[in-house]
Design a protein around this ligand. Structure first.
Ligand code: GAL
Length: 634
């Protein structure tokens, strides 16, 4: 496969006279793809029903004439102002019941049925017009579902749709009452029409109610997306993608991704480090101009799974962004490193965001490949270098990993709904596990929670999965390799109650989680062999083998054959030891790496990525600051 580069472009932001020159420069730079259109509804349909496609026809023609391929975005993340006059109630309401206003983007509620009809109408018009256009070689639906906290809406439309969803799922109010345990506090419903959304309650709502709402809201995203996909497919054979975001767990990306051909994501390494990643001040300082060394890779591997092998970076940070608390300038070389890291993890394409920095509106402080005066910005030359390197290099393939790490969106909702300890974050638990694996130089495949076949994996990990699926449990029962399950895994039923018999209920493992406790940050639980449990620990009664114990005498890690259960959240030291032991038992080679250096093997090559701001000596090689090194696998 030929790996390619691209860019996000907004022809509507620039005089038409500039389009041909822009396109020629993109082609010269070695770009293949240009994504356009995703926010341009106001120009496509300036007043209701009056389409203006002329400008878009000419923009696509200009890009196509330069040999570029277009990714055409549907504009449903930015309904024009007239739409709100028509449907004042299409706006999402936040948890406090306040409407989200017009004047930015994503101002819609996924459950508003008339808005869905409007989306179907504009997508149909676009697909009819451009479905056979030779230059439109891929599609993108909407833009970043869930960004700006837009999945959960407490509108009247959402209430209606949630009642319908509950009626479908539970069939009778009595069944719903039983499933949720509504006998507690006299919360029983006599009819589905009595059910409200789980906000504005006096104290916390029933967690089963909250979880039902989370599942419902996730299903709404999937059906909203599916409607667009079905329309586009009727008119076009080009692949369809959506651009997901980093560390967004508000909807099940596997479910939405099942309808798409390509999973894409938007990689802003410095914004993420500044904005959302839990990290020590030292870590932030060390990687401030490079980004966290595992955050991008984690999402590359996650979206490779969501896309069932086909995935892109649709937006790649080129320079400072505008939206994080601080917006440093990337270290020279990072715009190249980030792209190569994506390719080493199997990306088909990496598109920089955006072509030219806009001197107006919200993102005027957001860098592009060009400055507002059209002179090259820092990343321009780095993109050119990547393009030259790609052209000179045979395809490196994408290797299958020997390690599989389960990621489950519903578990993120579960532990947000019932953290039990303030700092219990599912994303963080999985991400720290991933980081521990990558520090050992391992390739990792992320696995969906309903994975039914683990036979390709020597080591499988499933920390914190609230409800292990039947297919996964069955696969674990016959798995020949090593596996590490827990903490907190399989501790809820599908309706969010505590199962009896008590957890973990793993095949062949005689163990009961008898007591659990969450731990304040200054209360670690030391382990006999070094390191601690943090945040969370479980007291286990077991007749299984105890591999490790805590200093206070409780089993910390137990096993039956290769199946291990971990009774707490390990710190980095404990995790490192446990992983090294598991790899040793599994007969897997590890390659423990210096801080900030990461390795990824493809089918043919070994890649090293230096996220440090200084050169690193490793394996007889010097990897420069922000440098990438590759060599054929021995
Ligand atoms: C993304 C978004 C783009 C742009 C970019 C700025 O989240 O999809 O439209 O806003 O961020 O970093």
């Amino acid at each position: 496969m030929k790996r390619t580069l691209g860019v996000c472009y907004y022809p509507e932001h620039w005089p038409e006279a500039q389009w041909a020159e822009d396109a020629a420069r993109m082609a010269d730079l070695g770009l293949t793809w240009v994504r356009i259109g995703e926010f341009a509804w106001g120009l496509m349909e300036p007043t209701e029903g009056a389409y203006d496609w002329g400008w878009l026809d000419r923009a696509i023609a200009a890009l196509g004439a330069a040999g570029l391929k277009v990714v055409l975005g549907t504009p449903t993340a930015t309904p024009p102002r007239w739409m709100l006059t028509k449907y004042p109630d299409m706006i999402a309401l936040d948890r406090d019941g306040k409407p989200r206003g017009f004047g930015s983007r994503r101002h819609y509620c996924f459950s508003h049925r008339p808005y869905r009809m409007e989306c179907a109408r504009i997508v149909t018009a676009m697909a009819e017009r451009y479905g056979k256009n030779p230059h439109v070689a891929a599609w993108q639906t909407d833009n970043e579902y869930a960004c700006h906290d837009t999945v959960l809406s407490y509108s009247a439309a959402a209430t209606d749709a949630f009642r319908e969803w509950c009626a479908q799922k539970y069939q009778s109010p009595q069944a719903l009452n039983r499933a949720w345990g509504n006998i507690f506090w006299s919360m029983d419903y006599a009819s589905f029409d009595e059910i409200a959304l789980p906000n504005l309650t006096v104290t916390e709502p029933n967690p089963s109610h909250v979880m039902a709402h989370r599942h419902f809201a996730s299903d709404e995203v999937a059906s909203f997306n599916r409607a667009q996909v079905e329309i586009i497919r009727r008119h076009s054979t080009a692949p369809i993608s959506h651009n997901y975001m980093g560390q967004i767990t508000d909807f099940d990306h596997f479910a939405t991704g099942a309808d798409l051909d390509i999973a894409a994501w938007d990689a802003y390494p410095l914004g993420f480090l500044s904005d959302r990643l839990p990290a020590t001040p030292e870590h932030r300082h060390r990687f401030v101009r490079q980004g966290d060394p595992d955050f991008q890779a984690f999402h590359h591997d996650l979206y490779r799974a969501v896309g069932r092998g086909r995935w892109w970076v649709m937006e790649q940070q080129p320079g400072p962004v505008n939206w994080a608390p601080w917006n440093p300038d990337p270290l020279e070389g990072m715009a190249r490193l980030w792209a190569w890291e994506a390719f080493a993890h199997g990306a088909e394409a990496v598109c920089y965001f955006r072509w030219r920095q806009a001197p107006f509106a919200q993102e005027q402080m957001h860098a592009g490949l060009l400055r507002p005066d059209s002179a090259p910005a820092q990343a321009f030359g780095e993109a050119a270098q990547v393009a030259r390197e790609l052209a000179a290099m045979p395809d490196v393939g994408t290797a299958r990993a020997a390690v599989g790490l389960v990621f489950d969106y519903a578990s993120a909702w579960a532990w947000e709904t019932q953290p039990q300890g303030r700092d219990f974050s599912y994303f963080r638990l999985v991400f720290e596990t991933y980081r521990g694996l990558r520090r050992l130089g391992l390739n990792v495949d992320i696995l969906p929670p309903d994975t039914a076949d683990l036979s390709a994996y020597t080591l499988v990990l499933a920390p914190g999965v609230a409800t292990l699926s039947q297919p996964l449990l069955a696969a674990l029962a016959v798995h020949k390799g090593q596996s590490l399950i827990g903490p907190r895994s399989n501790s809820k039923t599908a309706d969010f109650a505590i199962p009896v018999p008590l957890p973990p209920n793993l095949p062949g493992l005689a163990a009961t989680v008898a007591r659990v406790e969450s731990l304040p940050p200054d209360v670690p639980v030391p382990l006999e062999q070094g390191g601690n449990f943090l945040h969370w620990r479980e007291k286990i009664e077991t007749s299984a083998d105890v591999v490790e114990a805590s200093v206070d005498g409780w089993p910390a890690l137990i096993c039956a054959g290769g199946l291990h259960y971990l009774a707490g959240w390990p710190d980095a030291e404990a995790l490192n030891r446990i992983l090294l032991n598991l790899c040793g038992q599994a007969g897997m080679d590890t390659d423990p790496l210096p801080e900030g250096l990461r390795r990824r093997d493809t089918e043919t090559h070994k890649f090293l990525f230096n996220y440090n701001a200084v050169a690193v000596e490793w394996g007889g090689e010097t990897i420069p600051a922000a440098g990438v090194l590759w060599a054929p696998l021995a």
